[in-house]
Design a protein around this ligand. Sequence first.
Ligand SMILES: [Zn+2]
Ligand SMILES: [Zn+2]
Length: 80
Amino acid sequence: MYTKFKCNGCSRKTEFLWLDQLDTPEGYKAYQCMSCGAVGVKNIAEALHIPDSEIHRCSKCGGWQFIKNGCHTCALIEAR
Ligand SMILES: [Zn+2]
Ligand SMILES: [Zn+2]
């Protein structure tokens, strides 16, 4: 079974293939849409199979984050 996301390319909830060979920041993964072939980087907290009870929107950047892990979008911004 593949991870499902909302694709930015074809705007469908579709299946994504992880591209584990690409280097991505902590909390993000490179993927390819199996519907339109778009390649991009996704916040793993946005995967559709993750229950809403485990994620919430960050109060600082508005990105999705795991409640127990803290916001990796903010961590990325601060690291720059
Ligand atoms: Zn797509
Ligand atoms: Zn944040």
